[in-house]
Design a protein around this ligand. Structure first.
Ligand SMILES: Cc1ncc(COP(=O)(O)O)c(C=O)c1O
Length: 449
């Protein structure tokens, strides 16, 4: 197809995600190499988002992953996940080395699905114990997916508007967001009221009612929120005390993004269930994992009759080709020491982005590893968020200047003011400098200095 026909077909046939179609042509991406992307017009971008939504963690153009997938596609693309396949066995061995507290991988094909599986596991476990632990807690800034169960367990109320009624049995608690503390406190003098709120909810809902809690270890799309020290051990202890499962959504943060294979390693905790998706195969193929402890697995094998196993399937969770991509992706990460690299380069990126404090609209710069956010405000004193259209204009200007950054997008009413950066783990010092310089220039061009 020639360029003009592609553009026309795209504009008239494709319903783009998260897009209001105005008739103006949008970008059509064609090719990638490392962190560089080229669109249909041949324009080059430095992609500081790993594919728009934090997926292509090992960068574009990885021949070894493409070759491994091609070989598996020729050998056998697929057989349902009720049977085994060779690459999923290989990937499981490789991944479990990093997860000493976990022993089972349940495959599906998206982050939403991985979370839905976790909720079903938590509810079924409670039913098997003869309990009524159907309620799952979630936080107001976290996002767990697009399917109705996952959306019902998501904060970010702008993402939910108009899609109700929602699935019952999900209850909201506040985020651990120090820059915008729900309790109006400051970290140095608070008593982790955000963690205590979890216990208050468990107690308020009644004994045995809360079967689990699903939280993002580091909130990604809700504004790159890194929890304060002490929060996770406290929350993990509360849930344990009340017999509720800790489900950590590491759809974004898993597979090395924060400078550890799993973000929960930074906090010395071991969740009962971890969900992984975007980085599992660096989006070379779609695959997600619900990773559980042996206890969760065993608990779902011991019932009677049709309660004696987990009655669930995900058709594409059986993709052998996707498992091959996952195994090769992790082999690349290991060979090139990319988790360490994410930690080191994450430190460099955060330091570089912190120079943006020179601009008065920058209220907070935060991050962990290669997941960083810059929060823009109308006033540093009041912390009033900069309106979303102004933030969008800064990100659009960055794209014009050749750097793709992300942003909170119609998620938090009045609070879509965080620009986010999550480049591939192979990002270089020069790339970091380009990202920093482009942000500074876009801030000045759009907001003045
Ligand atoms: C933390 C988190 N969990 C779950 C999801 C849902 O993943 P998917 O879009 O693959 O269903 C997302 C997607 O952005 C996410 O950021």
């Amino acid at each position: 197809m020639d360029t003009r026909t592609v553009r026309l077909a795209d504009a008239s046939n494709i319903w783009h995600h998260l897009t209001r179609h105005t008739g103006r042509p949008g970008p059509v991406m064609v090719r990638g190499e490392g962190l560089r992307l080229w669109d249909l017009d041949g324009r080059e971008y430095l992609d500081a988002t790993s594919g728009g939504v934090w997926c292509v963690n090992v960068g574009y153009g990885r021949r070894e992953i493409a070759d491994r997938v091609a070989a598996q596609l020729s050998l056998m693309p697929y057989y349902a996940g009720s049977a085994g396949n060779v690459p999923s066995a290989e990937f499981s061995e490789r991944l479990l080395k990093y997860a000493p507290h976990h022993s089972r991988l349940y495959f599906s094909s998206s982050g939403s699905e991985a979370n839905e599986k976790a909720y079903k596991m938590a509810r079924l476990l409670s039913a098997l114990k003869g309990g009524d632990g159907t309620v799952i807690l979630y936080r107001d800034r976290d996002y767990h997916g697009t399917t109705l169960g996952a959306l019902s367990s998501s904060g970010q109320s702008e993402r939910r508007d108009g899609f109700g009624p929602f699935v019952p049995g999900f209850e909201e608690v506040p985020s651990a967001h120090c820059y915008r503390c729900a309790f109006g406190l400051a970290r140095r003098s608070c008593s982790l009221e955000c963690a205590a709120a979890v216990e208050e909810a468990v107690v308020r809902l009644g004994p045995g009612r809360v079967g689990g809690a699903v939280f993002e270890t580091v909130t990604a799309g809700g504004g790159v929120i890194v929890p304060p020290e002490g929060y996770w051990p406290e929350v993990a202890a509360i849930l344990k005390r009340h017999g509720a499962l800790l489900i950590l959504d590491e759809v974004v943060t898993g597979m090395g993004r924060t400078g550890a294979m799993f973000a929960f390693e930074h906090y010395g905790i071991a969740p009962d269930i971890v969900t992984l998706a975007k980085g599992v195969a660096s989006a070379y193929m779609p695959l997600s994992v619900t990773l559980t402890t042996e206890e969760v697995f065993r608990g779902l094998q011991e019932g009677e009759g049709s309660f004696g196993y987990f009655r669930d399937i995900s058709t594409f969770g059986g993709s052998a080709a996707a498992a091959a991509a996952a195994d090769e992706n992790l082999a690349v990460i290991e060979r090139e020491g990319l988790v360490d690299r994410a930690r080191v380069m994450g430190g460099e990126l955060l330091a570089a982005l912190s120079e943006a404090y020179a601009h008065p609209a920058v209220g907070d710069v935060r991050g962990l590893g290669l997941l960083c956010g810059v929060e823009l405000v109308a006033s540093r004193e009041s912390r009033e968020p900069l309106p979303e259209d102004r933030v969008a204009a800064v990100v659009a200007r960055m794209a014009e200047l050749g750097v793709l950054a992300g942003r909170t997008n119609r998620s938090i009413p009045g609070g879509n003011n965080v620009i986010n950066f999550a480049p591939a783990y192979t990002v270089t010092g020069d790339d970091v400098e380009t990202i920093r310089g482009t942000l500074m220039r876009a801030l000045a061009d759009v907001l003045g200095s």
